[in-house]
Design a protein around this ligand. Structure first.
Ligand code: NDP
Length: 237
């Protein structure tokens, strides 16, 4: 029987590439979006995935989305905490509200998603969780300190949960992408993107599908003895 994956932020970028990659690999796919209703609907039609509107700010909306997936496909076998936001600001300009928004979506969004998935995963004593951090969570990032902190926190969460859930047969891993060609980087000028590509040993920025293939691998049985790891998909950056 086909396995089911729940992906947050599947309407665009890396999340949408994950939706396609899992669907091609024969998984039943459910994904969330916040505002991109039309894009999400078109992707659902193309892939046979289930698109669900759920703002990660809202614990109840996340639980409701899990309920819908359970009713449609059965309980998810894998969860991908992908949805996130980024913002560029000097440290002295980042307000308390900016810090709260960043941590609420990038960190607490993953916490809420994992909490909603946990009862089913524990019951089954099997499953895989993948968080999407960032190279900036490992290296730090100038003018994005709140983003870098939120992504570093996801690595701490991943490693902690891998230890806590391992005895229950649940694997928890993290993918830390480098610079990837998605809307999130639209704020950068062409010149900045060329500079970032030049700083990358492989000489280019990555594609969303290259990240998605790593996520698919970590959720698959091919990664059955891998947990608590951070897989960099960075072109060597
Ligand atoms: P995009 O901006 O292209 O897509 C973001 C996705 O997250 C969208 O599906 C969006 O939904 C969803 N989303 C945003 N806010 C919320 C919210 N409050 N509730 C629910 N969903 C939300 O981002 P990327 O694909 O580039 O990034 C995906 C992940 O990868 C992020 O966690 C990001 O930090 C990480 N990453 C990206 C890198 C890059 O270079 N692109 C590098 C390293 C890490 P909607 O379409 O409805 O707005």
């Amino acid at each position: 029987m086909a396995q089911t994956v729940f992906i947050t932020g599947g309407s665009r970028g890396i999340g949408a590439a994950c939706v396609r990659a899992f669907a091609v690999a024969g998984w039943q796919v459910a994904f969330t979006y916040r505002v991109s209703r039309e894009t999400a609907g078109a992707l659902a039609e193309q892939t046979g995935a289930l698109a669900l509107c759920a703002d990660l700010h809202d614990d109840k909306a996340v639980s409701r989305a899990f309920g819908e997936v359970r009713g449609h496909f059965g309980a998810p076998d894998a969860v991908v905490c992908n949805a996130g936001i980024a913002e560029q600001k000097m440290f002295q300009d980042i307000t308390d509200e900016d810090w709260q928004r960043m941590l609420d979506i990038n960190l607490m969004g993953a916490v809420r998603t994992i909490r909603a998935a946990l009862p089913d995963l524990l019951h089954r004593k099997h499953g895989s969780i993948v968080t999407i951090s960032s190279i900036w969570g490992q290296m730090g990032a100038s003018c994005e300190s709140h983003y870098a902190v939120s992504k570093a926190a996801l690595i701490g969460l991943t490693k902690s949960l891998a230890q806590e859930f391992g005895p229950s047969g649940i694997r928890v891993n993290c993918v830390a992408p480098g610079v990837i060609d998605t809307d999130m980087n639209a704020m950068h000028s062409g010149e900045t993107m060329r500079e970032l590509a030049a700083e990358t040993p492989l000489g280019r920025i990555g594609t969303a599908d290259e990240v998605a293939q790593s996520v698919l691998y970590l959720c698959s049985e091919r990664a059955s003895f891998i947990t608590g790891q951070v897989l960099g998909v960075t072109g060597g950056f």
